[in-house]
Design a protein around this ligand. Sequence first.
Ligand SMILES: Cc1cc2nc3c(=O)[nH]c(=O)nc-3n(C[C@H](O)[C@H](O)[C@H](O)COP(=O)(O)OP(=O)(O)OC[C@H]3O[C@@H](n4cnc5c(N)ncnc54)[C@H](O)[C@@H]3O)c2cc1C
Length: 449
Amino acid sequence: MTVEAPPDADLLIVGAGAKAAAIAAKVHVLNELGLGPLEVTIVERAEPAASWLGRNGMTSGEEPLAIPPIKDVGFPYQSHHQFGEAGDAIDAALLPFSWQRHATERGEYGAWVNAGSPSVRHRDYGGYLSWVLERATEGVRLLRGRVEAVTIEDDPECWEIAVAERGDPGDPERHRGGALLLTGPGVHRALPHDPTVAGRIFHCDSHRSEFARIEAGAEVEIAILGGGESALSALVFLRAFRPRARITVFTPMLPISRGESFLENRVFADPDCVAWERLDQATRRDFVKHADRGVFDAGTIASLAGDERASFELGRALHAGAGAASALALEYEGPEGVVAREFDHLVNCTGFDLLAQLRELFPDRVRALVEREVGPIWGDVPPGTEVPIGRALELRGFSPRLHIPGLGGLSQGPGFANLGCLGLTANRVLQPLLPALAADRLAVRAESQ
Ligand SMILES: Cc1cc2nc3c(=O)[nH]c(=O)nc-3n(C[C@H](O)[C@H](O)[C@H](O)COP(=O)(O)OP(=O)(O)OC[C@H]3O[C@@H](n4cnc5c(N)ncnc54)[C@H](O)[C@@H]3O)c2cc1C
C-alpha cells in the first residue's frame, strides 16, 4: 500500500507539550474565526504532554507544578496587543480551552477554588494539556514519532524533518514546513566526572524509574546539585521515594525562593510593559536569575521546612570521582575554597542545555548554515554572547524561520522559556503567519495615538 505524502504545513512543531498545546489551541481558534487558514503539524515521540504525566521521565507526576494552572494556554488573554481588533474575539474563542473549563467539565472547579486554588500536580497539568491537544483539531495534525533530524533540502525556504516511527528508526517519514518550532527544556548540562562513578550519578532529565538504583530502606547520602526548580523537583521526589535518605542540596549562591508578586508576574506575562528588549543585558540576566532560574518555589519549600534529613549548602560543583569511604567524592567550591565530600549518589540538576539538543538534531551542514547567517552558536562563543532571538521567538536573521522559545527568556522576556505566558508565546510565534492581523494592530495603535 502506498501512503500519500502528507501536505506541507505552515509550521512544524517538535514536541506535543505545553507550547505546542498553546499554539494548537490558537491555530484552531484562528481557523474557526476565519482568520486563517493555518496548518500546523506537531510531532511527539512519546505521548502528548509526555513531560508532565509521569510516565516518561523527568517527573513522577506527583511533584507540584510551580505555577498556577490558571496561567493556561491562553494566558494572559491580551491578544489585542498582537492582533488588534480581532484580539478580543480570539481570546473569547479560547475560553473553551481554559483551565477553568477543563476543571469544570470534571466537576472539580468549585472544590478547587473553595480549597484556595492549591498547586496542582504535574500529572494534573499534563491531563489538562492532553485535553487541549485532543480538542484543538482545526488545522492541527498531531503525529507520533521521534524527530531524528532537521534539515533544509532542495527548497531553501522550507524545513524538513525526518520522523522515525516508534520501533522503526530505519525508514523515517519526511515532513516539510515553512517554519519550525522546537520545544522542551533541552538535555542536562554535563557534570565532569570519572567513568567509574557514572552509575551513581543521576541528572535532571533522568527517568524517574532510574532512581530505583538508590538502595531502598537504607540511610544513604545523596547530593543534589542546583538551585532551581528541577533540583527542588528532585528533592520532593526523593523525599517521598527514599524517605530514609539524607539529602544535601548544593546551591551555587545562597538559596532563595521566587518572588511572585504583581511586580514580577507582570514581566512574565507582558514583557513589553517594562520595555524588556531595551533593558541592558545585566538587568535582564539578573531578573531571570532571581525570578526564574536560580530560585525555589516558596510553597514547595515550605512543605520541606523542619525536615532534618534535607539540608542546604553553598557550593559550586566541580567534579565527581571515586570516594574513599563512600561511593563517590564530590569536589566543589564552597566558602572555604575547593573541598571534597563523600556521597552514595548524586543528582545533577545544574541546568538544561537546549543548544546541545539542537546539535543532535541538526546535521553539520545545517549548523554551519545557521552559524554563517547569525554568528557563532555552538562553537567558540565569547562569554556573555546572547543567542539572537527576535520577537517571534525566532533565531533572528535566519530564514526559514526557526522558533526556539526556550532560548527567548533573556532576549524577549522571562515567560517565554517556561509556562509563564503560553498565550503570548503562541501569538508571537503565529504573528508572522498573519500579516493582515498584524497590519490591523498597527492601524489600531496609530488611531489610538
Ligand atoms: C521537572 C520540571 C518541572 C518544571 N516545572 C515548571 C513549572 O512549574 N513552571 C514553569 O513555568 N516551568 C516549569 N518547567 C519548565 C518547562 O519545562 C518549560 O517551561 C518547557 O519549555 C515547557 O514547555 P515545552 O512545550 O517547551 O516543553 P514540554 O512540555 O516539555 O514538551 C516537549 C515535548 O517534546 C517531546 N520531544 C522531545 N524531543 C522530541 C523529538 N526529537 N521528537 C519528537 N518529540 C520530542 C517530549 O516528549 C515532550 O512531550 C519545568 C521543567 C521541568 C523539567
